[in-house]
Design a protein around this ligand. Structure first.
Ligand SMILES: [Zn+2]
Length: 466
């Protein structure tokens, strides 16, 4: 009996060991097969800003497969039933039992429709990627996508409608042109600066208006031309007939006194992100440079949106009974105790009348800013439409709020000396898009008639192109 029991025990032990041994061999095999037959799809990401494809394009595509690695990628374009293969690449395996060597791959696939004799029109991009899994009878997991595209290799067409463009350094102008329907961004390049054009004035929405501004530093050598872009990235340029008159600007010496510093600098203690340190003069310099710059940045942000409505009519108003104190683009040299401490250009006209004089809106428009603007103090900014703005600074008080519609002559507030102003006056500026221009032109009814109104009226009568 005892002997049998012992035998039975041994048998059981043997069987147990066999099972364990079997498991030790089998588990890794099962695990290995699970890994090699994994069913997770590889990843495929196509970066495409627009479905429009121009003359020369590069598709940016990233492929990834974290489990088995990449086996193969393939890309083709289908146009009018014809398929052209752009990429067909096999990636190496790391060994019979392992996956692929590559886990991720980012490709720039160049595509030039002309190279494959593909004409403009609708097309389909086909993309596929396989991994090194043993699924699908050792072919791998596959991801396949299709993307509808439009091949467009023709640049937009531009036809300049306004004929004469007589400009002055620091002055304004108006360019009117017709751009073909596929042109989704267009405007006028003035040196380094681009002035967006706007549809909306004419029934024919292909006709665009662009008010342009020459910076005070942009002389007769400045290149000016119309530019248009379509969604496929094709661009076109058209020259405009223009003449730029050179203008010299005044020099102005400004003496900074301790009295001025003591009175003004403490006001700037709480200016956001600007903690001026050091002596009062050091603080002044920092405010005059850095805060001026930050304020300009804020202004350029504000002028990005403008109404496609011509809110204004006729000459702009100049505050009545006021004398010009400082001119547009005066080149200011700041002196303190006989030493030059800074240089800045004054990009407006200072008008002084009586203390707290009422400030009229120079023309009709929409208030897009009413509040504190650093060195400019209490400021009102009006959008007159199509990228034309007027600005009123150093106000003692403002009577208008953002989004308010104001009429020409309506009181916006009262003059004051807020911001970096020595005494009570109005700092008046005109901006065309992001550029300060000479307000004198806009105060001049004859200038407006010759350079703006007549052109606006003549443009739609210009012969229509293709
Ligand atoms: Zn000023």
């Amino acid at each position: 009996m005892e002997c049998n029991l012992l035998k039975e025990k041994m048998k059981r032990k043997k069987r147990g060991l066999l099972i364990i041994a079997g498991l030790i061999i089998l588990l890794p095999v099962v695990w290995f097969l699970l890994v090699r037959f994994e069913g997770r799809d590889p990843e495929l990401v196509l970066e495409l800003a627009s479905p429009y494809i121009g003359k020369s394009h590069a598709f940016s595509i990233s492929f990834a497969d974290a489990q088995s690695g990449l086996r193969k990628i393939w890309a083709a374009m289908v146009k009018d039933g014809k398929e052209v293969v752009l990429v067909d690449t096999d990636f190496p395996s790391a060994g019979i039992l392992s996956g692929g060597e590559l886990k991720t791959q980012t490709l720039k696939i160049p595509f030039e429709p002309a190279k494959y004799q593909l004409s403009d029109g609708e097309a389909i991009l086909r993309l596929a990627v396989w991994d090194y899994s043993w699924r699908g009878w050792w072919k791998g997991n596959r991801v396949y996508i299709e993307k509808n595209l439009i091949i467009d290799t023709q640049p937009p067409k531009i036809e300049v409608l306004s004929t004469v463009h007589n400009l002055t350094q620091g002055g304004s102008g108006l360019v009117i042109f017709r751009a073909s329907e596929d042109s989704h961004q267009n405007g006028v390049q003035v040196g380094d600066n681009f002035f967006p054009a706007h549809a909306g004035y004419y029934k024919d929405t292909r006709i665009r208006m662009a008010f342009i501004g020459l910076g005070y530093q942009q002389g007769p050598e400045t290149r000016i031309f119309v530019r248009a872009f379509d969604e496929a990235g094709n661009s076109a340029e058209a020259g405009i007939n223009h003449y730029i008159r050179k203008k010299a600007f005044k020099k102005d010496n400004i003496r900074i006194s301790d009295r001025f510093l003591n009175r003004k600098i403490p006001e700037f203690k709480t200016v956001a992100n600007l903690q001026p340190t050091g002596s009062l003069v050091d603080k002044f310099i920092k405010i005059n440079r850095d805060l001026r710059h930050a304020n300009y940045e804020q202004l350029t942000g504000l002028v990005q949106t403008t109404a496609a409505v011509k809110h204004w009519e006729g000459a702009f108003l100049r505050m009545t009974g006021s004398a010009n104190q400082a001119g547009f683009a005066d080149h200011r040299v700041y002196e303190y105790n006989g030493k030059i401490i800074d240089r800045q250009v004054h990009l407006g006209i200072d008008l002084a009348s009586v203390t707290h004089a009422p400030v009229p809106a120079a023309n009709s428009g929409i208030v897009i800013f009413s509040g504190d603007l650093g060195i400019y103090g209490k400021t009102v900014l009006i959008d007159h439409g199509f990228g034309l703005f007027s600005m009123y600074a150093h106000l003692n008080a403002s009577d208008v709020r953002k989004d308010q519609q104001v009429s020409k002559g309506e009181t916006l507030g009262r003059t004051g000396s807020t911001g970096l102003a020595g005494g009570d006056h109005l700092h008046f500026s005109v901006l065309v898009h992001n550029t300060f221009v000479n307000p004198i032109e806009w105060w001049d009814a004859a200038w407006i008639r010759n350079n703006v109104t007549t052109k606006i009226e003549a443009a739609p009568a210009a012969p229509a192109g293709k």
